[in-house]
Design a binder for this molecule. Structure first.
Ligand SMILES: [Zn+2]
Length: 358
């Protein structure tokens, strides 16, 4: 069977490892870092984890045999290999189901080359999963029903999540194995960061937070793309407090250059440049910062107020405690190598996400 990546009418939330075009403009920040790295335990700084992993809201249907009833049109990729063809597509490798914290193989996709090698290296799948379990607490593991190992190839996509059922109670969680082992397993804590970021999406977009039965037109709160955020939903609080006043300006953006300019203008509001993509990516990046950075809130800057929003939530602090007590070293390089800056990735979503432009 041909391994197909389906560009899909689902909002898929991804973490991408490449930068915006404006990454280089973070030189001022970079200069303030001594070693460009941080650990989960010793980072007491303000903003040293700004790296700009571009996570995106892409529209990729991860599974070849989706069972969630959604349409799977727009199949525009019939790659049978994992060559880096530069068009930003991923290669599905192995799909697992998640039951009571364990993964059981559902299927291997037909792959060749390095993806086949990754497919055969089941120990690596398990190693990634074991780390995933250190990020997702047992009492929330029921939110995750599928786990996909894929190859990011040239896509830059390090991980993504997408809902598996319309009510947002079950999620598909996907990790790029080639990036997970790039330079060694979890090098510089990149994989841990990806896992935390992606789980941040699940925490802020699941059924307890978002009502998928309410349409955009009828939504009185922030419409996430998946549904209407509940009044006290973390993402609704974040959008109301920190995006409402710049919403019109953001909505007027129509080009990547304008978006880069938007970030530059409001960079003091965002923990990373990618956080400026939309409130969904903002809250995932804030969550990752909140978890990884030691200490509490530092001052009253908007970025710190966003982190305070996390500390105000008992559920989120419990997750933070869980992850940190697992002693996962999250040394994350502050800035990505120059060769990774050449590609530009922005979110792409066909499902309308409020405030999402790319
Ligand atoms: Zn994301």
């Amino acid at each position: 069977m041909i391994n197909q990546i389906r560009i899909f009418r689902l909002l898929t939330l991804c973490l991408i490892v490449f930068c915006f075009t404006d990454c280089n403009r973070d030189d001022s920040l970079q200069d303030s870092f001594t070693d460009n790295q941080e650990t989960i335990d010793d980072d007491i700084d303000n903003d040293t984890d700004d790296n700009e992993n571009n996570d995106n809201t892409n529209d990729q249907e991860p599974t070849g045999d989706d069972i969630d009833g959604d349409t799977d049109d727009n199949e525009n990729n019939d790659d049978t290999d994992d060559s880096e063809d530069g068009d930003g597509e991923i290669t599905e490798i192995t799909l697992y189901k998640v039951v009571e914290g364990n993964i059981t193989k559902v299927k291997d996709y037909e792959v060749t080359g390095s993806s086949l090698e990754f497919q055969n290296d089941i120990a690596k799948h398990q190693e990634i999963w074991e780390l995933t379990k250190k990020v997702i607490p047992q009492n929330q593991m029921n939110l995750i029903t599928e786990f996909l190992i894929f190859s990011g190839g040239s896509s830059g996509i390090a991980g993504y999540v997408v809902e598996k059922v319309d009510d947002l109670s079950k999620w598909h969680f996907a990790i790029a194995i080639d990036y997970a082992y790039e330079g060694g397993f979890n090098k510089d804590g990149e994989l841990v960061h990806t896992l935390i970021h992606e789980f941040g999406h699940v925490l802020t977009l699941n059924i307890t937070q978002v009502d998928a039965t309410i349409s955009d037109e009828d939504c009185m709160n922030y419409f996430t793309g998946e549904g209407c955020a509940k009044p006290e939903a973390y993402i609704n609080l974040l959008q109301t407090r920190f995006w409402a006043d710049i919403e019109d300006e953001f909505n007027a953006i129509s080009t990547e250059e304008e978006h880069a300019a938007f970030y530059t203008k409001y960079r003091d509001r965002f923990v990373t440049n990618y956080a400026a993509t939309n409130p969904g990516e903002d809250i995932a990046e804030v969550f990752a910062r909140f978890v990884i950075r030691a200490g509490g809130v530092n001052g009253n800057a908007i970025t710190e107020q966003k982190i305070q929003l996390m500390y105000d939530a008992e559920e989120l602090t419990a997750v933070r405690d869980y992850i940190r007590q697992n002693d996962i070293v999250a040394k994350r390089s502050t800035f990505l190598p120059a060769e990774k800056l050449k590609r530009i990735h922005f979110c792409g979503t066909t499902r309308k996400r409020a405030n999402s432009k790319f």
